[in-house]
Design a protein around this ligand. Structure first.
Ligand code: PHE
Length: 337
């Protein structure tokens, strides 16, 4: 039995000394419930009473030695694994980083957001309306009856006789007034459609931003002051604005509004085509017929409205001379903004 125990110790040690050994397997093979050391101990009963304690002691010694060896090997193995992990995950803080390419907003969206911010700063909130619109809101409620010539200049796409793709954001005016009594102070940005051929300055789909203010005692002076604040914030502190008389069926009086050219300051250059001024929007006092149609008493309330093209302002701001560039999604072009 003594030699059996010594043999177990030698075998176990020689297995454990092999680097590639599986420590857990060795433990089970020798120390496990059905292990070799255990089966030797089972035979203790056959020994004489004198031999028993001697063998018992030897067996305990062998067990302790193997256990100790296993414990120290496990420690070493763990330390090696840790070292390997630390090495593998080492970060070279001096290495060049891999560039993360950030996407950004389309220039039209950037300009639209900037416009929204300016108006929100002046107390406006944003109202939305459908792009597929009733003829009623796009035209009739805006004082444009059937057969009115204004319908030709805003020829759009018809879904049915009385449903169309809105040709302007002005129908949102009517929708808001119909639902809300003054005070009203909203802007409404969004897509509009007209049946135009695509060229450098036309597209069947483009964007407008509408504005509407209705309250007691609103005047053209309020419109002018508000547009001037907008223009200075949008195009620069030195910007001036001017009103030219115009006609829109839903405003009276109506005006086209120009800003002084923000490239040449008014002297005349390529951007303003020598004019010194750039037309940016249409505006006017809301027509009493429109107020009345939408359930607001024109004897009590007055209001102003304005509408501007977001493409036009974007093109002016960035010096883009062909509108098609805004829709082609050419990454090289878009990266510049
Ligand atoms: N809806 C007009 C257009 O598309 C612009 C406008 C809006 C004019 C509001 C006056 C008041 O041309």
């Amino acid at each position: 039995m003594k030699s059996k125990l010594n043999q177990i110790r030698e075998e176990a040690f020689s297995l454990l000394n092999d680097e590639s050994c599986n420590i857990e397997e060795v433990r089970i093979k020798y120390l496990g419930k059905k292990g070799e050391l255990t089966s030797v101990l089972r035979m203790m009963g056959q020994l004489s009473p004198e031999e028993r304690p001697v063998m018992g002691q030897l067996a305990n010694e062998v067990r302790a030695q193997i256990e100790e060896k296993i414990a120290s090997l496990s420690e070493i193995k763990k330390a090696k694994e840790l070292e390997k992990a630390l090495n593998d995950e080492k970060i070279d803080v001096t290495a060049y980083g891999r560039e993360q390419k950030l996407g950004k907003l389309h220039p039209l969206t950037q300009v639209q957001r900037k416009m929204e911010d300016i108006f929100i700063g002046m107390g406006f909130s944003i109202a939305e309306g459908p792009e597929v619109e009733y003829d009623y809101y796009n035209f009739q409620a805006l004082n444009i009856p059937e057969n009115h010539p204004a319908r030709d200049t805003q020829d759009t796409f018809y879904i049915t006789d009385n449903i169309l793709l809105r040709s302007q954001t002005s129908p949102v005016q009517a929708r808001v007034m119909e639902k809300t009594q003054p005070p009203i102070r909203i802007i409404s940005p969004g897509r509009v459609y007209r049946s135009d051929e695509v060229d450098g300055s036309h597209s069947p789909l483009f964007h407008q931003l509408e504005g509407l203010v209705v309250d007691k005692g609103i005047t053209m002076g309020n419109l002018r002051g508000m547009l001037e604040t907008f223009a200075k914030t949008m195009f620069g502190e030195k910007t001036r604005i001017r009103f030219r008389p115009h006609h829109f069926p839903f405003t009276e009086p109506s005006a086209e509004v120009d800003v002084s050219c923000f490239v040449c300051g008014g002297k005349g250059c390529r951007l303003c085509k020598g004019e010194g001024w750039i037309e940016i929007l249409g505006a006017g006092m809301v027509h009493p017929n429109v107020l009345r149609t939408c359930g607001i008493d024109p004897e009590v309330y007055s209001g102003f409205a304005f509408g501007m093209g977001i493409e036009r302002i974007t093109m002016c701001q960035y010096g883009i001379d062909d509108m098609r560039l805004l829709y082609e999604n050419n990454i090289k072009f878009l990266k510049q903004f």
